[in-house]
Write a protein that binds this ligand. Structure first.
Ligand SMILES: [Zn+2]
Length: 147
């Protein structure tokens, strides 16, 4: 078990009419395995993070085995990893970060498709309407600054 990075979980929000959010091209945010449709690795998503069946099984076993859980609390996994192993995880962390940023853009696209204003999007992010638009509209299909 290497390279697992903790993250939150929430439903993937499927079922929104016309939204661009898909399950294709995703990776497990905990182990970096590619999964989703067209693969044999189902992924469960939430807040941009994805988790594969293997990680669900591993973490389930870990939290329900007090001896393993105590061992896991004893030291950080990277304390037992070589420099090469730590280096090998870095691109996986960046791919997971990119996946989360892409999901945020897709989520903003969903909000814009629902005609939620840039002012509202900015308000929940604690930034101005203009700052929200500059951050998200450039990569999204919605270049409209009118609402
Ligand atoms: Zn995984």
């Amino acid at each position: 078990m290497t390279g697992r990075v903790a993250s939150g979980h929430l439903g993937d929000g499927e079922g929104g009419g016309g939204m661009a959010i898909t399950r294709e091209g995703r990776i497990c945010s905990f182990c970096g395995t590619a999964g989703g449709p067209g693969t044999e690795v189902p992924l469960i998503g939430g807040l941009g993070a994805q988790i594969c069946q293997g990680c669900v099984d591993d973490f389930h076993a870990l939290v329900h085995d007090e001896a393993r859980a105590a061992e896991a609390r004893g030291s950080m996994p990277w304390d037992r990893m070589s420099d090469a192993e730590v280096l090998a995880v870095l691109p996986q962390i960046m791919a997971s970060a990119d996946q989360n940023v892409a999901f945020a853009h897709e989520w903003v696209d969903l909000l814009r498709a629902r005609r939620v204003s840039w002012a509202e999007i900015g308000r929940v992010l604690g930034v101005s309407r203009q700052a929200a638009w500059e951050r998200f509209a450039k990569k999204s299909g919605d270049k409209s600054a009118t609402a």
